[in-house]
Design a protein around this ligand. Structure first.
Ligand SMILES: [Zn+2]
Length: 296
């Protein structure tokens, strides 16, 4: 799987403050980085599955995007809509119900569309917390891409390992804490990859610290020199910092607001977390075999 990060440098998501957009981009590139181990792990699984069945691997490209509703409506119509008349309504409902959508575009291309919307922005804000919802979202979609990649390599369905088969099902066995995970097998796979990613990131951070520590004195001196050289630059930096803090506070407020909202919704529906599990089951049936498109 050749994964291409198609998320642009310039923020296309008006609702996402620029500093959060940078956080989003960093989380995405950290997840896709070779040293994170996520893609390597996935590739090993694909290779093993194909090798066992004596199927030759194909070159599959996975493209990752962040899209607004308008972009998604347009691209959905071009890429996947079977019923053109219903296309816009389908795209709208996917955008509304999901945080991202992964689909097969042609015989060698898989696309992952992450949506520019409130719940994704919240996932970026909360990614620092214990649940790491943004990392989880990215890894979740990559697990779908793994299954599609295996399908596109023309591994026959009956040659799929039990694990892979199960990952493509919406069978109501997703754990309560992650109702969007479709089934317990996929959820475990996401947990496992996420765990590996977090360990790698932590290790990297610790190593960075160790490297910097003995040089602290030296770095400070150099920083001082730089400041003298370019005082205005320093001021600008401070300004940026202030801006960042403001946005962070905004984020906190939004987070609270969002949580309240969720609580209200839960009270209103009486179902809470189970909501996603049941939505759109009929439409998804076709996708259980991993032949068309998967979603979260
Ligand atoms: Zn999904």
């Amino acid at each position: 799987m050749d994964v291409k990060n198609k998320v642009p440098e310039k923020n296309p998501c008006k609702d996402m403050p620029d500093d959060l957009y940078e956080t989003f981009r960093k989380a995405l590139s950290d997840t896709l980085a070779e040293k994170s181990g996520v893609l390597k792990d996935i590739q090993t699984q694909i290779d093993d599955a194909l090798k066992k069945a004596d199927v030759k691997p194909k070159k599959i490209e996975v493209e990752i995007f962040l899209v607004t509703l308008e972009e998604f409506i347009k691209e959905y119509a071009e890429d996947v809509a079977q019923d053109k008349a219903k296309s816009e309504a389908d795209a709208r409902s996917k955008f509304k119900d999901l945080n991202a959508y992964t689909y097969i575009m042609d015989k060698k291309t898989i696309k992952i569309k992450i949506f520019c919307k409130r719940s994704v922005i919240d996932a970026v804000i909360e990614n620092d917390g214990e649940q790491h919802p943004l990392y989880r979202l990215i890894v979740h979609e990559l697990v779908h891409a793994k299954l599609f990649s295996t399908t596109l390599s023309e591994l026959p369905q009956d040659k799929f390992s039990e694990n892979l088969k199960k990952e493509g099902r919406n069978d109501g066995t997703a754990p309560e804490v992650h109702p969007g995970d479709h089934n317990d097998q996929l959820s475990r796979e996401v947990d496992r990859l996420l765990d590996g990613l977090l360990k790698k990131l932590k290790k990297e951070k610790d190593e960075d610290k160790q490297e910097k520590d003995p040089e602290k004195g030296k770095q400070k001196k150099e920083k001082g020199k730089e400041k003298e050289k370019n005082k205005t630059k320093g001021k600008e930096k401070e300004k940026d910092k202030d801006k960042g803090n403001e946005q962070e506070q905004d984020g906190e407020k939004r987070k609270k607001k969002h949580k309240e909202k969720r609580k209200e919704k839960k009270r209103a529906s009486g179902k809470g977390k189970g909501r996603r599990k049941t939505s759109g089951n009929g439409r998804r049936k076709k996708r259980q075999e991993g032949s068309e498109a998967e979603e979260r």
